[in-house]
Design a protein around this ligand. Structure first.
Ligand SMILES: NC(=O)c1ccc[n+]([C@@H]2O[C@H](COP(=O)([O-])OP(=O)(O)OC[C@H]3O[C@@H](n4cnc5c(N)ncnc54)[C@H](OP(=O)(O)O)[C@@H]3O)[C@@H](O)[C@H]2O)c1
Length: 324
């Protein structure tokens, strides 16, 4: 385990020689991306998770560039940036101009937000659309960022033909050196198997980013990915803040003198997944990074693992198996 200030990385076996830091900052629904990214980088985070649909690739890229300019001891290659292709080109006429236009907070003030994006006839999940979409993401990050470490297809929703074509576009981006690795998000085992069985596919997804936390463990999918060398990245690892008062978690937190969030994040790490918790609060960003130098004992891991509710325990909207 690394020192307290240096979160470790693990190799992406399907994208050598690249490693992915096991702790990243997620910026979905961030209302102050620039300062949160700076806080995270100052707290030792070296991985950032953005997406076209978050409308904050530019704030993320600008914050990384600013941090690098004032921190000569850290270079671009020390920082791992992930972004994701949305299934429609958000720059097309008629598309929502900003995140506020598509995101609707939950009625009772806590829990998952609802994201609505009008469907257009055209999808960016074509070979050319994926290349264009990637180029838009890279450009949005500003002149200080000239490659993206990891680029994902955000979801499998557009269907098998579109998924394959978009993947063939992403393969070209890797071969052109503009992305170091490519992967998928919200994909089921079936989606991955179908993709890699295709003769035109010569790069296997390096990661599958899925919802993952004690109440939604996707056990079979995680096992499948880990057997294949596909790194699982856990999104909403803190259940969007909704389950942190669980009595089992609070009991274990008291035993270790840690917070509920730290216990949940530490459990995720010990399950061998990468975590990307989101926070806009400087003290929580730091709290969520204090995960080294201690570990949960097997019996406590088991108590948390027993909290699994399967897909009904998800805090977000998406079930990978629900898509064609
Ligand atoms: N691929 C996908 O489809 C997908 C879907 C969802 C998310 N993601 C990625 O995963 C990242 C994380 O997921 P998420 O944002 O959905 O949820 P999350 O990280 O599970 O939870 C974030 C929520 O928890 C609160 N929080 C953070 N740290 C806390 C702490 N120590 N104690 C108590 N509350 C805390 C945050 O509030 P404050 O900000 O006020 O601290 C925020 O409301 C996203 O930002 C995004 O990058 C990807």
């Amino acid at each position: 385990m690394a020192s307290e200030s240096t979160p470790p990385s693990i190799p992406l076996p399907l994208a050598p020689p690249l490693s992915i830091p096991v702790l990243g900052l997620g910026v979905f629904q961030s209302t102050k991306t620039h300062s949160s990214v700076l806080s995270a980088l100052s707290s030792g985070y070296r991985h950032l998770d953005t997406a076209q649909i978050y409308y904050n690739e530019s704030a993320t890229g600008a914050a990384v560039t600013e941090f690098l300019a004032k921190t000569p001891s850290v270079s671009r290659s020390d920082i791992f940036i992930c972004s994701k292709l949305w299934e429609v080109d958000l720059t097309l006429p008629g598309m929502p101009p900003d995140f506020e236009s598509i995101a609707h907070p939950p009625p009772n003030g806590s829990g998952a937000w609802k994201i609505t994006v009008a469907k257009l006839g055209s999808t960016s999940y074509t070979k050319e659309g994926a290349v264009d979409g990637f180029n838009r993401s890279l450009e949005a990050m500003g002149p200080g960022i000239d490659y993206i470490d990891l680029y994902l297809l955000h979801n499998p929703r557009p269907g098998p033909t579109a998924r394959l074509q978009a993947w063939l576009g992403l393969q070209e981006i890797v071969k052109a050196g503009k992305a170091k690795a490519i992967g998928v998000s919200n994909w089921s085992k079936r989606h991955i198997e179908e993709l890699i069985a295709n003769g035109e596919v010569d790069i296997t997804p390096a990661v599958n980013q899925i919802e993952f936390h004690p109440w939604c463990q996707h056990k079979a999918l995680v096992e499948y990915c880990q057997e294949k060398g596909i790194v699982v990245v856990a999104y909403s690892p803190l259940t969007q803040g909704t389950r942190l008062k669980d009595p089992v978690i609070l009991d274990i937190a008291a035993k270790y003198g840690k917070t509920a969030a730290q216990v949940v994040l530490r459990w995720c790490l010990q399950r061998g997944v990468v975590i990307i918790p989101k926070s806009d609060k400087e003290e929580r960003i730091k709290e969520n990074s204090e995960l080294w130098g201690w570990e949960l004992a097997g019996e406590d891991m088991d108590r948390i693992t027993a909290l699994d509710e399967g897909i009904s325990g998800k805090s977000g909207e998406w079930d990978p198996d629900a898509w064609e």
